[in-house]
Design a binder for this molecule. Structure first.
Ligand SMILES: [Zn+2]
Length: 71
């Protein structure tokens, strides 16, 4: 009985990890590479019609100074 509960726990842990990793791909600041939310509320902006996410407002300035580096 206990063993089967442990199995279920393991499966849930793996699923949670997969979900977490899936989110992380999109949840990264394009300028610093920091996880969004780790520096406070993430900020989005549009550049040439495409939406980008960064960790903080100063990153938008950095992006706009040198967009080719981060696109
Ligand atoms: Zn930032």
């Amino acid at each position: 009985m206990k063993k089967s509960i442990n199995k279920i726990k393991n499966i849930l842990l793996i699923l949670a990890a997969m979900l977490f990793l899936g989110c992380e791909e999109k949840g990264v600041c394009v300028v610093t590479g920091n996880k969004l939310g780790s520096m406070g509320d993430p900020v989005s902006f549009k550049h040439e019609g495409k939406k980008y996410w960064v960790c903080c407002a100063p990153c938008i300035k950095k992006f706009k100074k040198n967009p080719d580096k981060y696109k």
